[in-house]
Design a protein. Sequence first.
Length: 220
Amino acid sequence: MHIPDGFLDVKTAATAAVVSAVAISYSIKQTREVLDDRQIPMMGVAAAFIFAAQMVNFPVAGGTSGHLIGGTLAAITFGPWAAMLIMSAVLIIQSFVFQDGGISALGGNILLMAVVAPLVGYFVYSLLMGSGESRKRVLASTFVAGWISTISASLVCAILLSISNIVSIQVAVPAMLGWHTLIGIGEGLVTAFVVSYLTKVKPGMVRRYRVNTKESVGAM
């Protein structure tokens, strides 16, 4: 899903950069208020995991690529604001060190994967969670959230490309949504798998999840 250099015109790239900068600034403010020093090393581990997962790319029409995002996983484990910082750090390193995603399009890529994906994923997850006492509900909510967040980010990507006159919206939307509807299934499965593991070994890391005493006793 990384947008390369030259695929966004100046006005679109600049607008996306401004929106992303505002979102990151707000996320820094919010994270400072709730961040525990003990979480910082774990955020680094999460960033490394997401970085590695994003290295597996699938070609998509229009010169872009599709891959697992990881925004929903970061949001479920650290909250949406910290997730923005984790994802932004991953994308900045990819852009400047590995040339994965254009530097001029960095604002657009951050908007897609560090703003839209975590926020949508966390919103859907929270909406579906309810009381959060059932582990099955947590996993189902996680899967759907990961899937929808991927589709949402791909839709915004298609809109940015069409606004920049790289490809018509009639072509961009079906191409991006078609691929990422399938990629989103993988995103949902990977996210659910990791969250499933965390509910067993460190349930406190899973946002909005309250351990069900009966399930815990039954698992012993």
